[in-house]
Design a protein around this ligand. Structure first.
Ligand code: C2E
Ligand code: MG
Ligand code: MG
Ligand code: MG
Length: 285
């Protein structure tokens, strides 16, 4: 591109790029409208406690029921939400849906902990902790029923402010998880300073741990680190029974992955919970 520009002396019109820009603008406009039209829906993926075999909670994952394009997954619109300034609104919408659903499950005899993904930009917003506490109150849920999942990249942006926001959330009793742990850059020294309650080890390590001694070593050492720091370790991306068994043997706290369940619409999750309760050996009183 640069060479061409030099030769002709004018910028070459990049049609593909311009088309993409127009597409993104259109998507941003549609997303803005989506909030008021109830087009955002959540699917819930269970997290299982290893050892006890109980359902520990669920993670809420956003989808967009787009009127023309069908069900869109986050990789199709999270970047657009971020770049068009809609992220804060999206997070609050997701939080509200997730807490309303959690309230309904609790009322129906299924008390569950719910995890919500938040973006780095939420954590530099000083009003965010009050917003979260207010939503919990509206839905009459204890703070301990909510975990917020944040990625390590947040720590790169505005560290001090993000840590202050996390600390206020933690002081309010909300759980904090580092998502996709192991793929970012946070130093261990820094990690120990963070007000977190849980590490979610990225599936890049978990998915191949059975065949890869190297990745198994990473799982083992992360487990030791988590427990030494008093944190819960959740493994994400377990796709077969051998991986679930290996994680249980190592003493991993919780596991999530397609082998247990894909993210499910709320009605299907209830069916999944009931089916499990039917097969599971009763837990000791
Ligand atoms: P994440 O939070 O790390 O969520 C895990 C992703 O991995 C989900 O994809 C889930 O469906 C998928 N997954 C779960 N188990 C397995 C498995 O065994 N194998 C494989 N290959 N994949 C598995 P999804 O739903 O497409 O979400 C992608 C990412 O989008 C999430 O990664 C999260 O970072 C982001 N995201 C989702 N919902 C929200 C939201 O409400 N707000 C924000 N800010 N981000 C969200
Ligand atoms: Mg997550
Ligand atoms: Mg993750
Ligand atoms: Mg991920």
């Amino acid at each position: 591109y640069t060479a061409k520009r030099h030769r002709t002396g004018v910028a070459v019109y990049d049609e593909a790029r311009d088309g993409q820009g127009r597409h993104r603008l259109e998507l941003a406009e549609q997303l803005r409208a989506a909030f008021g039209r109830d087009e955002l829906v959540l699917h819930y993926q269970p997290k299982l406690t290893l050892g006890g075999d109980a359902v520990a909670g669920v993670e809420a994952l956003v989808r967009w029921q787009h009127p023309q394009r069908g069900l869109l997954y986050p990789d199709a619109f999270i970047d657009v939400a971020q770049s068009s300034g809609l992220m804060g609104e999206l997070t609050v919408a997701v939080l509200d849906l997730a807490l309303a659903q959690t309230r309904a499950w609790a009322d129906g005899g299924h008390p569950l902990e719910v995890a919500v993904n938040v973006s780095p930009s939420d954590l530099v917003d000083e009003r965010f902790p009050d917003e979260v506490v207010a939503r919990l109150r509206v839905h009459r849920l204890p703070a301990s029923s909510l975990v917020l999942e944040v990625t390590e990249s947040l720590l790169m942006e505005d560290r001090e402010r993000a840590v202050a926001v996390l600390r206020r959330l933690r002081d309010a009793g909300v759980g904090i998880a580092i998502d996709d742990y192991g793929t970012g850059y946070s130093s261990l020294a820094y990690l120990a300073e963070l007000p977190v309650t849980e590490l979610k080890l990225d599936r890049a390590f978990v998915g191949t741990m059975v065949e890869s001694p190297r990745n198994q070593a990473i799982v083992t050492s992360t487990l030791q680190l988590s427990h030494a720091l008093g944190l819960r370790l959740v493994a994400e991306g377990a796709e077969d029974q051998a991986t679930v068994d290996a994680l249980a043997d190592l003493g991993c706290d919780q596991v999530q992955g397609y082998h247990l369940s894909r993210p499910l619409p709320p009605a299907e999750l209830i069916g999944w919970l009931r089916a499990r309760a039917g097969q599971a050996t009763p837990l000791p009183a």
